[in-house]
Write a protein that binds this ligand. Structure first.
Ligand code: ASP
Length: 351
Protein backbone atom coordinates (compact mmCIF):
# COMPACT_ATOMS: atom_id res chain seq x y z
CA UNK A 1 0.00 0.00 0.00
CA UNK A 2 2.82 2.37 1.02
CA UNK A 3 4.55 1.64 -2.33
CA UNK A 4 1.38 2.44 -4.27
CA UNK A 5 0.95 5.77 -2.47
CA UNK A 6 4.61 6.67 -3.10
CA UNK A 7 4.21 5.81 -6.82
CA UNK A 8 1.06 7.90 -7.07
CA UNK A 9 2.78 10.86 -5.42
CA UNK A 10 5.72 10.51 -7.81
CA UNK A 11 3.35 10.42 -10.76
CA UNK A 12 1.53 13.55 -9.57
CA UNK A 13 4.81 15.41 -9.10
CA UNK A 14 6.04 14.39 -12.54
CA UNK A 15 2.74 15.59 -14.07
CA UNK A 16 2.89 18.98 -12.41
CA UNK A 17 6.54 19.40 -13.42
CA UNK A 18 5.67 18.52 -17.01
CA UNK A 19 2.74 20.93 -17.16
CA UNK A 20 4.88 23.74 -15.63
CA UNK A 21 7.53 23.10 -18.31
CA UNK A 22 4.88 23.11 -21.04
CA UNK A 23 3.46 26.41 -19.71
CA UNK A 24 6.94 27.94 -19.67
CA UNK A 25 7.52 26.82 -23.27
CA UNK A 26 4.21 28.40 -24.36
CA UNK A 27 5.11 31.69 -22.66
CA UNK A 28 8.58 31.81 -24.21
CA UNK A 29 7.11 30.95 -27.64
CA UNK A 30 4.26 33.49 -27.45
CA UNK A 31 4.89 36.32 -29.89
CA UNK A 32 4.14 40.00 -29.25
CA UNK A 33 0.74 41.17 -30.44
CA UNK A 34 0.95 43.97 -33.01
CA UNK A 35 -2.08 45.85 -34.34
CA UNK A 36 -1.78 46.88 -38.00
CA UNK A 37 -4.05 49.78 -38.93
CA UNK A 38 -4.26 50.05 -42.73
CA UNK A 39 -5.19 53.36 -44.34
CA UNK A 40 -4.20 52.87 -48.02
CA UNK A 41 -1.47 54.56 -50.08
CA UNK A 42 0.93 53.13 -52.64
CA UNK A 43 1.82 50.24 -50.36
CA UNK A 44 -1.73 49.04 -51.08
CA UNK A 45 -1.51 50.20 -54.70
CA UNK A 46 -2.31 48.03 -57.72
CA UNK A 47 -1.47 48.78 -61.34
CA UNK A 48 -0.08 47.32 -64.52
CA UNK A 49 2.15 44.32 -63.64
CA UNK A 50 5.79 45.45 -63.29
CA UNK A 51 5.17 49.21 -63.73
CA UNK A 52 5.85 51.82 -61.03
CA UNK A 53 3.54 54.63 -62.24
CA UNK A 54 -0.12 54.82 -63.24
CA UNK A 55 -1.44 52.60 -60.43
CA UNK A 56 -4.38 53.00 -58.06
CA UNK A 57 -3.31 53.59 -54.42
CA UNK A 58 -5.42 52.10 -51.63
CA UNK A 59 -6.55 48.98 -53.54
CA UNK A 60 -5.30 46.06 -51.43
CA UNK A 61 -6.81 45.25 -48.05
CA UNK A 62 -4.86 44.98 -44.80
CA UNK A 63 -5.13 41.18 -44.97
CA UNK A 64 -3.75 41.16 -48.53
CA UNK A 65 -0.81 43.35 -47.48
CA UNK A 66 0.00 41.03 -44.61
CA UNK A 67 -0.30 37.86 -46.66
CA UNK A 68 2.47 39.15 -48.97
CA UNK A 69 4.90 38.93 -46.02
CA UNK A 70 4.63 35.40 -44.53
CA UNK A 71 7.80 36.07 -42.46
CA UNK A 72 5.68 38.33 -40.24
CA UNK A 73 4.28 35.28 -38.48
CA UNK A 74 7.76 34.62 -37.04
CA UNK A 75 7.82 38.09 -35.50
CA UNK A 76 4.35 38.84 -34.15
CA UNK A 77 0.73 37.85 -33.78
CA UNK A 78 -0.99 40.44 -35.90
CA UNK A 79 -4.47 41.89 -35.67
CA UNK A 80 -5.37 43.79 -38.84
CA UNK A 81 -7.81 46.68 -38.91
CA UNK A 82 -8.83 48.45 -42.12
CA UNK A 83 -9.34 52.07 -41.04
CA UNK A 84 -9.82 53.39 -44.58
CA UNK A 85 -8.27 52.68 -47.98
CA UNK A 86 -7.33 55.98 -49.59
CA UNK A 87 -4.63 57.84 -51.42
CA UNK A 88 -3.05 59.74 -48.50
CA UNK A 89 -3.87 63.06 -50.19
CA UNK A 90 -7.44 62.22 -49.16
CA UNK A 91 -6.46 61.79 -45.51
CA UNK A 92 -8.64 63.88 -43.17
CA UNK A 93 -8.65 65.07 -39.57
CA UNK A 94 -11.60 62.73 -38.98
CA UNK A 95 -9.43 59.73 -39.91
CA UNK A 96 -6.60 61.10 -37.74
CA UNK A 97 -8.98 61.27 -34.79
CA UNK A 98 -10.23 57.72 -35.47
CA UNK A 99 -6.62 56.51 -35.51
CA UNK A 100 -5.79 58.33 -32.26
CA UNK A 101 -8.95 57.08 -30.52
CA UNK A 102 -8.36 53.48 -31.71
CA UNK A 103 -4.71 53.44 -30.64
CA UNK A 104 -5.51 55.04 -27.28
CA UNK A 105 -8.23 52.46 -26.58
CA UNK A 106 -6.26 49.43 -27.76
CA UNK A 107 -3.03 50.51 -26.02
CA UNK A 108 -4.81 49.95 -22.70
CA UNK A 109 -4.85 46.21 -23.50
CA UNK A 110 -1.75 44.71 -21.83
CA UNK A 111 -1.57 42.04 -24.57
CA UNK A 112 -0.90 44.66 -27.27
CA UNK A 113 2.80 45.39 -27.73
CA UNK A 114 2.66 48.00 -30.47
CA UNK A 115 1.02 49.46 -33.57
CA UNK A 116 1.86 49.79 -37.27
CA UNK A 117 -0.07 52.23 -39.47
CA UNK A 118 0.24 51.64 -43.22
CA UNK A 119 -0.13 54.94 -45.06
CA UNK A 120 0.56 56.76 -48.32
CA UNK A 121 3.88 58.58 -48.30
CA UNK A 122 2.53 61.95 -49.50
CA UNK A 123 1.11 62.94 -46.10
CA UNK A 124 2.59 60.23 -43.88
CA UNK A 125 4.71 62.76 -41.98
CA UNK A 126 1.58 64.76 -41.09
CA UNK A 127 -0.30 61.77 -39.70
CA UNK A 128 2.84 60.73 -37.82
CA UNK A 129 3.23 64.17 -36.20
CA UNK A 130 -0.48 64.36 -35.36
CA UNK A 131 -0.36 60.95 -33.64
CA UNK A 132 2.93 61.92 -31.95
CA UNK A 133 1.03 64.69 -30.17
CA UNK A 134 -2.22 62.85 -29.49
CA UNK A 135 -1.62 59.20 -28.61
CA UNK A 136 -1.27 58.54 -24.89
CA UNK A 137 0.98 55.52 -24.81
CA UNK A 138 4.61 54.54 -24.53
CA UNK A 139 3.96 51.55 -26.79
CA UNK A 140 5.59 51.84 -30.21
CA UNK A 141 3.48 53.41 -32.97
CA UNK A 142 5.17 53.04 -36.36
CA UNK A 143 4.02 54.38 -39.73
CA UNK A 144 5.16 52.95 -43.02
CA UNK A 145 4.29 52.84 -46.69
CA UNK A 146 6.03 52.39 -49.99
CA UNK A 147 7.05 54.27 -53.10
CA UNK A 148 6.34 51.42 -55.51
CA UNK A 149 2.92 49.78 -55.81
CA UNK A 150 2.52 46.15 -54.77
CA UNK A 151 2.37 45.11 -58.46
CA UNK A 152 5.67 46.73 -59.51
CA UNK A 153 9.04 45.01 -59.98
CA UNK A 154 10.88 44.98 -56.66
CA UNK A 155 8.05 46.57 -54.65
CA UNK A 156 9.37 48.15 -51.44
CA UNK A 157 6.17 47.70 -49.42
CA UNK A 158 6.72 44.16 -48.06
CA UNK A 159 10.17 44.93 -46.60
CA UNK A 160 8.96 48.24 -45.14
CA UNK A 161 5.99 46.45 -43.54
CA UNK A 162 8.21 43.67 -42.17
CA UNK A 163 10.71 46.12 -40.69
CA UNK A 164 7.93 48.25 -39.20
CA UNK A 165 6.43 45.26 -37.39
CA UNK A 166 9.93 44.39 -36.10
CA UNK A 167 10.30 47.93 -34.74
CA UNK A 168 6.78 47.99 -33.26
CA UNK A 169 7.51 44.67 -31.53
CA UNK A 170 10.87 45.82 -30.16
CA UNK A 171 11.66 47.07 -26.65
CA UNK A 172 13.99 49.67 -28.19
CA UNK A 173 11.06 51.60 -29.70
CA UNK A 174 9.14 51.91 -26.42
CA UNK A 175 8.77 55.55 -25.32
CA UNK A 176 10.35 57.01 -28.47
CA UNK A 177 7.20 58.74 -29.73
CA UNK A 178 5.64 57.97 -33.08
CA UNK A 179 8.13 56.68 -35.66
CA UNK A 180 8.31 56.19 -39.40
CA UNK A 181 10.19 53.15 -40.67
CA UNK A 182 11.17 53.34 -44.32
CA UNK A 183 13.93 51.78 -46.43
CA UNK A 184 15.71 50.27 -43.41
CA UNK A 185 15.74 53.52 -41.45
CA UNK A 186 13.86 54.72 -38.39
CA UNK A 187 12.72 58.36 -38.18
CA UNK A 188 11.12 60.45 -35.42
CA UNK A 189 7.73 61.93 -36.33
CA UNK A 190 8.68 65.56 -35.69
CA UNK A 191 11.62 65.76 -38.07
CA UNK A 192 10.70 63.29 -40.81
CA UNK A 193 9.59 64.45 -44.25
CA UNK A 194 9.11 63.21 -47.82
CA UNK A 195 12.02 64.38 -49.97
CA UNK A 196 11.57 62.66 -53.33
CA UNK A 197 8.65 62.19 -55.71
CA UNK A 198 9.89 58.82 -57.01
CA UNK A 199 12.92 57.35 -55.22
CA UNK A 200 12.52 54.45 -52.77
CA UNK A 201 14.68 56.57 -50.44
CA UNK A 202 11.90 59.17 -50.38
CA UNK A 203 11.76 59.64 -46.63
CA UNK A 204 14.42 61.57 -44.72
CA UNK A 205 14.88 63.92 -41.80
CA UNK A 206 16.99 66.86 -43.00
CA UNK A 207 19.48 68.28 -40.54
CA UNK A 208 18.69 65.84 -37.74
CA UNK A 209 18.67 62.59 -39.75
CA UNK A 210 17.29 59.17 -38.93
CA UNK A 211 17.37 57.96 -35.32
CA UNK A 212 18.07 54.30 -36.05
CA UNK A 213 18.20 51.43 -38.51
CA UNK A 214 16.69 47.97 -39.01
CA UNK A 215 18.77 45.11 -40.36
CA UNK A 216 17.34 41.61 -40.90
CA UNK A 217 14.69 42.39 -38.31
CA UNK A 218 17.19 43.60 -35.67
CA UNK A 219 16.42 47.10 -34.40
CA UNK A 220 19.22 49.58 -33.62
CA UNK A 221 18.25 52.96 -32.15
CA UNK A 222 20.92 55.64 -31.78
CA UNK A 223 19.01 58.81 -30.79
CA UNK A 224 15.84 59.80 -28.93
CA UNK A 225 13.50 62.66 -29.83
CA UNK A 226 13.95 65.51 -27.36
CA UNK A 227 10.69 67.44 -27.87
CA UNK A 228 7.50 66.52 -25.98
CA UNK A 229 5.41 63.70 -27.46
CA UNK A 230 2.83 60.99 -26.66
CA UNK A 231 2.79 60.58 -22.83
CA UNK A 232 4.34 64.03 -22.38
CA UNK A 233 1.89 65.80 -24.69
CA UNK A 234 -0.87 67.99 -23.27
CA UNK A 235 -3.20 67.66 -26.26
CA UNK A 236 -6.26 65.62 -25.36
CA UNK A 237 -8.40 64.75 -28.39
CA UNK A 238 -10.51 62.12 -26.61
CA UNK A 239 -13.80 64.01 -26.97
CA UNK A 240 -13.10 65.55 -30.37
CA UNK A 241 -14.67 64.69 -33.73
CA UNK A 242 -13.11 67.49 -35.75
CA UNK A 243 -10.25 69.99 -35.62
CA UNK A 244 -10.11 73.77 -36.11
CA UNK A 245 -9.36 74.95 -39.65
CA UNK A 246 -5.87 76.21 -40.39
CA UNK A 247 -4.79 77.30 -43.89
CA UNK A 248 -1.23 77.34 -45.20
CA UNK A 249 -0.28 80.25 -47.47
CA UNK A 250 2.81 79.86 -49.64
CA UNK A 251 4.66 83.06 -50.41
CA UNK A 252 6.38 83.68 -53.76
CA UNK A 253 7.11 86.73 -55.90
CA UNK A 254 3.83 88.60 -56.54
CA UNK A 255 1.86 86.14 -54.32
CA UNK A 256 -1.70 87.50 -54.31
CA UNK A 257 -2.48 89.40 -51.05
CA UNK A 258 -6.20 88.93 -51.73
CA UNK A 259 -5.75 85.17 -51.48
CA UNK A 260 -4.16 85.72 -48.08
CA UNK A 261 -7.04 87.94 -46.93
CA UNK A 262 -9.59 85.37 -48.20
CA UNK A 263 -7.85 82.50 -46.38
CA UNK A 264 -7.75 84.54 -43.15
CA UNK A 265 -11.49 85.20 -43.39
CA UNK A 266 -12.24 81.48 -43.79
CA UNK A 267 -9.82 79.99 -41.23
CA UNK A 268 -9.32 79.79 -37.47
CA UNK A 269 -5.59 80.28 -37.93
CA UNK A 270 -2.95 80.70 -40.64
CA UNK A 271 0.49 79.28 -41.30
CA UNK A 272 2.68 81.24 -43.68
CA UNK A 273 5.31 79.37 -45.69
CA UNK A 274 7.53 82.41 -46.09
CA UNK A 275 10.63 82.84 -48.22
CA UNK A 276 14.02 82.47 -46.49
CA UNK A 277 13.65 82.93 -42.73
CA UNK A 278 9.86 83.35 -43.04
CA UNK A 279 9.74 86.56 -45.05
CA UNK A 280 7.14 88.02 -47.43
CA UNK A 281 6.24 91.24 -49.28
CA UNK A 282 5.14 94.64 -47.88
CA UNK A 283 1.65 93.88 -49.21
CA UNK A 284 1.48 90.71 -47.15
CA UNK A 285 2.92 92.51 -44.10
CA UNK A 286 0.10 95.06 -44.31
CA UNK A 287 -2.59 92.37 -44.36
CA UNK A 288 -1.02 90.18 -41.67
CA UNK A 289 -0.60 93.19 -39.34
CA UNK A 290 -4.36 93.66 -39.46
CA UNK A 291 -5.29 90.05 -38.65
CA UNK A 292 -6.79 88.99 -35.33
CA UNK A 293 -6.52 85.19 -35.84
CA UNK A 294 -3.28 83.40 -34.85
CA UNK A 295 -0.63 83.46 -37.59
CA UNK A 296 2.41 81.17 -37.46
CA UNK A 297 5.44 81.91 -39.60
CA UNK A 298 7.34 79.00 -41.12
CA UNK A 299 9.58 78.76 -44.16
CA UNK A 300 9.34 77.24 -47.61
CA UNK A 301 13.02 76.26 -47.09
CA UNK A 302 13.51 72.72 -45.77
CA UNK A 303 16.36 73.30 -43.35
CA UNK A 304 16.91 75.95 -40.72
CA UNK A 305 15.05 77.69 -37.95
CA UNK A 306 12.84 80.77 -37.58
CA UNK A 307 13.02 82.59 -34.24
CA UNK A 308 11.11 85.52 -32.75
CA UNK A 309 13.83 87.89 -34.03
CA UNK A 310 13.04 86.93 -37.64
CA UNK A 311 9.39 87.96 -37.43
CA UNK A 312 8.21 90.84 -39.64
CA UNK A 313 4.85 91.23 -37.83
CA UNK A 314 4.40 91.58 -34.05
CA UNK A 315 1.16 89.57 -34.01
CA UNK A 316 2.78 86.41 -35.40
CA UNK A 317 4.49 83.36 -33.86
CA UNK A 318 7.66 81.64 -35.14
CA UNK A 319 7.33 77.99 -36.18
CA UNK A 320 10.92 77.33 -35.09
CA UNK A 321 12.08 74.50 -37.40
CA UNK A 322 8.66 72.94 -38.04
CA UNK A 323 7.67 72.62 -41.68
CA UNK A 324 4.52 74.53 -42.71
CA UNK A 325 2.46 71.31 -42.76
CA UNK A 326 3.59 70.33 -39.26
CA UNK A 327 3.21 73.87 -37.92
CA UNK A 328 -0.41 73.68 -39.14
CA UNK A 329 -0.99 70.50 -37.11
CA UNK A 330 0.41 72.02 -33.91
CA UNK A 331 -1.66 75.17 -34.46
CA UNK A 332 -4.83 73.12 -35.08
CA UNK A 333 -4.28 71.25 -31.82
CA UNK A 334 -3.44 74.44 -29.92
CA UNK A 335 -6.67 76.01 -31.20
CA UNK A 336 -8.79 73.20 -29.73
CA UNK A 337 -8.61 75.29 -26.53
CA UNK A 338 -8.12 78.93 -25.55
CA UNK A 339 -4.58 79.98 -26.37
CA UNK A 340 -2.78 83.33 -25.99
CA UNK A 341 0.02 84.47 -28.28
CA UNK A 342 2.53 83.95 -25.43
CA UNK A 343 1.32 80.38 -24.89
CA UNK A 344 1.48 79.70 -28.63
CA UNK A 345 5.08 80.90 -28.63
CA UNK A 346 5.86 78.43 -25.83
CA UNK A 347 4.07 75.58 -27.61
CA UNK A 348 6.16 76.10 -30.74
CA UNK A 349 9.31 75.72 -28.67
CA UNK A 350 7.99 72.78 -26.63
CA UNK A 351 6.64 70.50 -29.38
N1 ASP B 1 -0.06 59.23 -53.57
C1 ASP B 1 0.43 58.16 -52.73
C2 ASP B 1 -0.12 58.38 -51.34
O1 ASP B 1 0.37 59.17 -50.62
C3 ASP B 1 1.90 58.12 -52.74
C4 ASP B 1 2.52 57.02 -51.90
O2 ASP B 1 1.89 56.36 -51.10
O3 ASP B 1 3.75 56.82 -52.04
O4 ASP B 1 -1.06 57.75 -50.96
Amino acid sequence: MKRIITMLLCLMMARSLLSAAAEEATVSQSKPKIVVLATGGTIAGVGEEGKTAGYKPGSLTAEELLSAVPQLSDVADIEAIQVCNVNSDDMTAEVWLTLAHTINEMAANPDVKGFVVTHGTDTMEETAYFLNLTVRTDKPVVLTGSMRPATSISADGPMNLYESVCVAASDEAVGQGVLIVFSDRIYAARSVTKTSTYSVMAIAAGETGSIGVVRDGAVFLYESPSKEHTMGSEFDVSGLEKLPKVSILYFSVDADPELLAFAAEHSDGLVIAGAGAGEFSEKWIEIINGLTIPVVISSRIDDGVITKDNLLCQNTVAANNLSPQKAAILLRLALTGEVSQERLEELFLQY
